[in-house]
Design a protein around this ligand. Structure first.
Ligand code: GLC
Ligand code: GLC
Length: 638
C-alpha cells in the first residue's frame, strides 16, 4: 500500500512538472486554481485506474503525463458558459434525478431534416415538456452503410447533410437556455472503416494497425471466436472480417465497424481527446455506446470484462478533471446482473433500463405481471446519485434480456418463453395484437429479437380502442417506476411501422428501420383533435407528464415493492415524506380487483393523481382492462 502511494506521488509530481513546463498553454488565475483543486482530488483515482490498465508498460508514466496535459489543455479550451454550468452542477449534482426530467430521442434527418430543423422544433419540445434530448448519431459516417450513424468516420465533423459543428454548438446553447440537456452518442467501441485511423491501418501503417484488433491470419481470430457471441449474424458470422490485404480485423457489429483496441493506451488517449472535444461543444450527457464490448481478452466471451468497467471509470476520471459536469449513460443490453455493474457515480451515472423495457412487453403479451413485478422488487433500486433511463422502446430491437434464473424461480423456462414472446410479437401466435418484425433471426441458436414501433406492437394497425390503452399502460410504467422516462419521438402521437424501409438504400437488410419512421407530420397535426387516436395518445401522455412533474415522490429511483395479490395487476410504491404514491396497473383483459385486505395498510382516504380527485380505498380498488392508477396514499400507522 505504502509503495503504491509512493508511485502515485511520483507520477503526480511528474505530471505537475510537465504541467508547469507548459505554463503558457495552461489555465491561468482562478481557472488554474480550480483545475489544480480537481487534480488534487481526482489524480489518485486516475492514476490507479490507468495503472490497472496500462501499468505494466514501460511508457506508463509518459502516457499518464500526456493524458493529464491533455485534460489541462481541454479545460483551458472549455467555454466560459460551460465552466459556469460545471460550477452550478457541482452544487446541484442530483439535477438529473428531478421528477420533472423527461427525455426524447430522434434521428436528426428523419425527424427534422437537419440541425436547423431540430432548432425549429424547440417550441414543440417545450410543449411536450422535454428536459433531455438525445440526437441519434450525427457525425460523419460512410454512406449508405453507416448503421444509422453508429459507424463514425470523424468525431469532430457533423455529417454535412445535417449541418456543422458550429451549428451543433449553437443548438446545444439554445437547448440549454430552454432547459433542455443535449445527449449525443459516444461511439467508442469502434470506428467506421472510413475513419482516418482505419484507413491508415488498412494501408498497413503499423502505428494505426495497433489501433484495431488486426491479425495476419486466422489463428487468433479462430481462438477468440471460440468464446465470443455473434451480434449481427445476418451481416457476418463470427467477430472478424477479412481486410483487402488479407489480414483479419475485429468487427463485432457490421463489417464496416472496426473495434478499437483499448489495450493500447494511445487509443485511450486519442478517444479521451475526442470525448473532451464533444464535451466542450456543450453536450451534457454522453450515451456510451456498446459498453459491454470495449475490452477483449482471449479465452473469455469478451463482454462485460472487469477492464471494461475500469476503462469507463478512467474516462469518467478524465471528465472529472476537464469537463466536470458531463455525465455518462451506459448502453449495456445484457444480463441484468451485468447491466447493474455499469451503474455507479464513478462510472455511468445513468443507464438504459433494458430489463424493464423488455418485461413491459412480456407482461403485455402474457397478461401476467409476475416477471415484471419480480424485476422491480429485486433489480430496480440502484446506488444513490445514479438513475435509470426508462423506455418503452428505442431505435434498437427488443431483446428478451431477463435472467433465466429469475424466470426459473417463477416456473418459467427462459428459452421457451423467448420463443413464445418472439412469435407473439411477430403475430404468429393465436390472438396476438402485435405487428412486429423479426430482427437477427438466428436459426442456428434460436435467437431472435423484435422490431416495431410502440403503436404497431400495441396493435394500433388493427384497431384503436385497446391499442391506445396499451400504449398508455406501457408508458405509465416508464413514467412512474423511477428514473428519466425517454420517449421515442413520434410515439407520443402513435406513429406506426414504416414498411417502406425495405426499399431504402442501405436499410433493407436491417429490420430496425421499420421502427425508425420519418416525422409523422399528419399524426402530429391531429394531436389536439378530439376523438382521434393521435389526441388520445398525446393527451394521455401529456397528463402523465404534468402529473409526474408535479409529484415530488416521483423524483429519484427509489421504489418499494407492493404485492397486489393479483397476477394481472402490477403494483409498487414510490416513497415520499409522509405520503407514498401507490401505483396499480392492470395488464389483463378483464376487470381486476385489488382487495380491501390488500390495501389495509393505507388510510382510507387517497388522492387519484391522474384525475385529481379524492378517492376512498378501504373497500378495495377495481381496475378496468389496461387501467392504471397513481394514488397518493398515507401508510396507516393506527
Ligand atoms: C448500439 C446501437 C446500435 C448499433 C450498435 C453498434 O448498440 O444502439 O444501434 O447498431 O451499438 O454501434
Ligand atoms: C446487441 C447488443 C447491443 C446492441 C444491439 C443492437 O443486443 O448487445 O449493444 O444495441 O445488439 O441491435
Amino acid at each position: 500500500m505504502v509503495e503504491a502511494a509512493g508511485v502515485d506521488q511520483t507520477s503526480r509530481e511528474h505530471a505537475l512538472k510537465a504541467l508547469a513546463a507548459q505554463a503558457g498553454l495552461l489555465p491561468q488565475g482562478q481557472d488554474s486554481a480550480d483545475f489544480r483543486k480537481r487534480l488534487d482530488r481526482h489524480f489518485p483515482d486516475l492514476h490507479r485506474l490507468f495503472h490497472t490498465l496500462y501499468g505494466t508498460r514501460p511508457d506508463f508514466q509518459d502516457q499518464l503525463t500526456s493524458l493529464v496535459l491533455q485534460t489541462a489543455r481541454s479545460w483551458n479550451d472549455r467555454p466560459a458558459e460551460l465552466k459556469a454550468l460545471d460550477a452550478e452542477r457541482e452544487h446541484n449534482s442530483g439535477w438529473f434525478l428531478d421528477n420533472s426530467m423527461l427525455g426524447g430521442v430522434c434521428y436528426v434527418d428523419r425527424y427534422a431534416e437537419d440541425l436547423e430543423g431540430i432548432r425549429a422544433r424547440i417550441p414543440y419540445f417545450k410543449e411536450l415538456g422535454l428536459t433531455y434530448l438525445h440526437l441519434m448519431p450525427l457525425f460523419l459516417a460512410p454512406e449508405p452503410h453507416s448503421d444509422g450513424g453508429y459507424a463514425v468516420s470523424s468525431y469532430r465533423q457533423v455529417n454535412p447533410t445535417l449541418g456543422t459543428m458550429e451549428q451543433l454548438r449553437e443548438l446545444a446553447a439554445e437547448l440549454r437556455s430552454n432547459g433542455i440537456s443535449l445527449v449525443v452518442d459516444f461511439i467508442f467501441n469502434h470506428t467506421s472503416d472510413e475513419h482516418d485511423w482505419a484507413r491508415r491501418a488498412a494501408a498497413g501503417d503499423p502505428e494505426y494497425s495497433d489501433y484495431y484488433w488486426i491479425y495476419p491470419d486466422r489463428t487468433m481470430p479462430d481462438s477468440f471466436e471460440q468464446n465470443v457471441r455473434e451480434i449481427f449474424p445476418e451481416n457476418h458470422p463470427g467477430s472478424f472480417i477479412r481486410m483487402e490485404d488479407g489480414r483479419w480485423v475485429w468487427a463485432t457489429f457490421h463489417t464496416y465497424q472496426w473495434d478499437l483496441n483499448y489495450s493500447n493506451p494511445d487509443v485511450f488517449r486519442a478517444m479521451a481527446g475526442e470525448m473532451l472535444f464533444l464535451a466542450n461543444q456543450g453536450v451534457d450527457i454522453l450515451r456510451m455506446d456498446a459498453v459491454a464490448f470495449i475490452w477483449k481478452q482471449l479465452g473469455t466471451p469478451c463482454e462485460n470484462l472487469p477492464e471494461a468497467h475500469t476503462l469507463l471509470q478512467a474516462f469518467n476520471a478524465v471528465c472529472r478533471l476537464a469537463a466536470p459536469s458531463l455525465l455518462f449513460k451506459s448502453e449495456a443490453i445484457v444480463h441484468p446482473d451485468e447491466v447493474a455493474l455499469y451503474i455507479d457515480p464513478a462510472e455511468c451515472q445513468l443507464s438504459y433500463n433494458p430489463l424493464q423495457m423488455a418485461l413491459i412487453w412480456e407482461a403485455m403479451a402474457t397478461r401476467d405481471v409476475a416477471l415484471l413485478s419480480q424485476a422491480l422488487e429485486r433489480r430496480h433500486n440502484i446506488p444513490e446519485g445514479t438513475s435509470w433511463v426508462n423506455y418503452v422502446r428505442s431505435h434498437d430491437d427488443i431483446g428478451w434480456t431477463f435472467a433465466d434464473e429469475d424466470a426459473a424461480e417463477l416456473g418459467i423456462n427462459g428459452f421457451d418463453h423467448r420463443r413464445f414472446l418472439n412469435s407473439f410479437y411477430v403475430n404468429r401466435f393465436p390472438g396476438s395484437f402485435a405487428r412486429g418484425v423479426p430482427f437477427q433471426d438466428n436459426p442456428r441458436t434460436g435467437d431472435c429479437r423484435i422490431s416495431g414501433t410502440t403503436a404497431s406492437l400495441c396493435g394500433l394497425e388493427d384497431g384503436t380502442g385497446q391499442a391506445i390503452d396499451r400504449i398508455l399502460l406501457a408508458h405509465s410504467v416508464i413514467f412512474s417506476t423511477g428514473g428519466i422516462p425517454l420517449l421515442y419521438l413520434g410515439d407520443e402521437v402513435g406513429q406506426l411501422n414504416d414498411y417502406g424501409y425495405a426499399l431504402e438504400e442501405g436499410h433493407g437488410a436491417d429490420s430496425r428501420w421499420v421502427h425508425r419512421p420519418h416525422y409523422p407530420a399528419e399524426r402530429y397535426a391531429k394531436r389536439h383533435e378530439p376523438g382521434t387516436p393521435e389526441a388520445a395518445v398525446f393527451e394521455g401522455l401529456r397528463t402523465m407528464i404534468s402529473v409526474r412533474s408535479a409529484t415530488p415522490e416521483f423524483a429519484g429511483t427509489r421504489l418499494v415493492h407492493f404485492d397486489t395479490n393479483n397476477p394481472g395487476v402490477l403494483g409498487y410504491q414510490r416513497p415520499g415524506e409522509g405520503t407514498h404514491i401507490l401505483v396499480l396497473a392492470n395488464f389483463s383483459d378483464g376487470n381486476q380487483t385489488v382487495t380491501a385486505q390488500t390495501l389495509s395498510g393505507f388510510a382510507a382516504g387517497a388522492v387519484d393523481l391522474l384525475t385529481g380527485n379524492p378517492v376512498r380505498i378501504e373497500g378495495g380498488v377495481v381496475l378496468r382492462p389496461q387501467e392504471f392508477r397513481w394514488l397518493r396514499v398515507t401508510p396507516d400507522r393506527g
